[in-house]
Every structure is written in structure tokens, then in C-alpha cells.
Write a protein that binds this ligand. Structure first.
Ligand SMILES: [Mg+2]
Length: 175
């Protein structure tokens, strides 16, 4: 049984983008971000995070920092009963300082690889899915994957998402 998905960019969508965020103490949720994830869950959507983390390639922090931050985000989301089904990140960059991360990755947005990898692992109905990003590279990745992209330019993320997601009643009417 396929389900639609919300693909959330991370920095600038779920949390404030203060530039290469990796410390838990410095993470600030965007207004309504946690509630937006919950709204996606409640509407029967997968909720995914897809995030470029070239800070790893640049030697600013390591993969274990990214993973610890994602675990913390998952725990904090759980407090309100919200859940991310998968966190995908891309640590590579063509100009990496750290040699093993120096490459043009098919997963680095604007390439669609993080999305297409998720499609291999989860039964996603792409035609009803949406990607929310704060940069044009996010929208380019969406377009390349064949999913509707939406530019988030600030405000309350949950309010935005609720205006897009079908309500339970819509679902009942369709059936
Ligand atoms: Mg962003």
C-alpha cells in the first residue's frame, strides 16, 4: 500500500539555518516545524528529511555529529508524538577539504539521489508527495525526482503544511 510523503529539507525548514548547524545546543526549531511533522504523520504521509551536510566535507564537523543531531531531533519530535521515518543526509562536496568526502555525489541536492534512494526503501506514492525546501536547489531536486516542490520562505511551517495536506474529511469524501 503506497503512501504519499513529505520530504523536508532540514536547515531553513525544520530548524533555523545559522550556517552549518551541528551542535544540539544551537539547534532552534522553526516555528511550527515539529507540528508540521506531526501533521504529515496524522495525514498518513511518510515524513522524510533530506539534507545536504557539506560541513562534513569541509571538515567543520563529522558524520557522528550529524547523526547525533538527528537522534536528538527524533527524540524531541517524539515528545509531541511526531516521527521522521528516515533522515537522509549527504556529506559529500566536490571541493571537500576532507579527501574521502570529495566527490560529486548523486545524492547532493540539486541532484535527486536522496529522494530516489528513499523510493527504493519505502512504498511512496510520488504523485501525491511534496518536497518543502528553502532553496532553489531543493526545488531542482524535487523536479528531477518528479515530485512537487514548495518553497518555504518563513512563517509557521505547520500552518503551511496544513493548508496543503488533505484533511481526513477529504480522504473520506474521495472514498
Ligand atoms: Mg535549507
Amino acid at each position: 500500500m503506497k503512501k504519499p510523503a513529505v520530504f523536508f529539507d532540514r536547515d531553513g525548514v525544520l530548524n533555523e539555518d545559522d550556517g552549518y548547524v551541528f551542535e544540539i545546543s544551537k539547534l532552534k526549531w522553526i516555528a511550527g516545524a515539529r507540528e508540521a511533522v506531526k501533521a504529515a504523520n496524522d495525514a498518513g504521509y511518510f515524513a522524510f528529511v533530506i539534507t545536504n551536510q557539506s560541513g562534513v566535507a569541509r571538515g567543520l564537523y563529522q558524520e557522528h555529529h550529524v547523526e547525533a543531531l538527528h537522534r536528538w531531533m527524533a527524540d524531541d519530535l517524539a515528545r509531541i508524538g511526531a516521527r521522521i521515518d528516515a533522515f537522509e543526509y549527504c556529506p559529500y562536496h566536490p571541493d571537500a577539504v576532507i579527501e574521502r568526502y570529495r566527490k560529486t555525489s548523486y545524492r547532493r541536492k540539486p541532484a535527486p539521489g536522496m529522494i530516489t534512494d528513499l523510493l527504493e526503501r519505502f512504498p511512496v506514492d510520488l504523485s501525491r508527495s511534496i518536497l518543502i525546501g528553502d532553496k532553489l536547489t531543493d526545488l531542482d531536486a524535487a523536479q528531477a525526482a518528479g515530485v512537487r516542490g514548495l518553497l518555504f520562505s518563513g512563517g509557521d511551517l505547520a500552518q503551511l503544511l496544513r493548508s496543503i495536506l488533505p484533511t481526513k474529511q477529504d480522504g473520506l469524501l474521495k472514498r
